[in-house]
Write a protein that binds this ligand. Structure first.
Ligand code: ADP
Length: 200
């Protein structure tokens, strides 16, 4: 596409102005992990906790993205890449608006997560590895997806018929087979407080 005549308009208000008004340092809390590892459960509980602390948040997840902005994208490698790229761009816009963004997507490819990290400033991308063993996820199977994947009814299912590239370095490491939901939320809140994302 020819972008020659698209010129970025400088806004009078900056990200810093918007963040200051909200009393927080905007960032993206990027949850990654297998299906049923606990991404949505932890992200939801964390968002409630942040709300109680009067922080301004927005949670991006499958419902508001796959059913809206990314309708029409499937689960081929190519579509997964585009899915994450768009989520990254939307996250960046939310960060510009001063928000603490939570995203709960499998995001199985290291390269894609790296691309999103590169879109943001230093310390704005916080990768949270929800590290739950495949056998535990499969036993939980809250949506019955693993059963269908094993039967071949669902193709390209992460962990079964499509790869999951675990982060080598993630800012926060959560092991849901060893930690309660409350402990996981606490660990993330402590990380944010200790690094000055807000004062509780
Ligand atoms: P994902 O978003 O990663 O696909 P979900 O959050 O939808 O995963 O599902 C995780 C399931 O695991 C839920 O049914 C949740 O109740 C259960 N679960 C059990 N123990 C934990 C824990 N310690 N942390 C998070 N989820 C847990």
């Amino acid at each position: 596409m020819d972008n020659t005549n698209i010129i970025k308009h400088e806004h009078q208000l900056s990200k810093e102005n918007r963040a200051e008004l909200k009393g927080q340092k905007p960032c993206v809390l990027w949850f990654t992990g297998l299906s049923a590892s606990g991404k949505s459960t932890i992200a939801n509980a964390l968002e409630v906790r942040l709300f109680e602390l009067k922080k301004h948040t927005y949670l991006l997840d499958g419902d508001n993205i796959r059913l809206g902005l990314n309708t029409g994208l499937g689960f081929s490698d190519e579509d997964r890449v585009e899915n994450i790229r768009r989520i990254g761009e939307v996250s960046k816009l939310f960060v510009e608006s001063g928000m603490i963004v939570l995203t709960a997507f499998i995001s199985p490819f290291m390269e894609d997560r790296k691309l999103v990290r590169a879109l943001l400033d230093k310390d704005e991308f916080i990768e949270i590895f929800v590290d739950t063993p495949l056998n535990v996820c499969e036993k939980r199977d809250p949506k019955g997806l693993y059963v269908k994947a094993r039967e071949g009814i669902i193709e390209n299912f992460t962990g079964i018929s499509s790869p999951y590239e675990a982060p080598i370095y993630a800012e926060i490491h959560i092991e849901t087979d060893k930690m309660t939901l409350e402990e996981s939320v606490e660990k993330i809140i402590n990380y944010l407080e200790n690094r000055g994302y807000f004062n509780a």
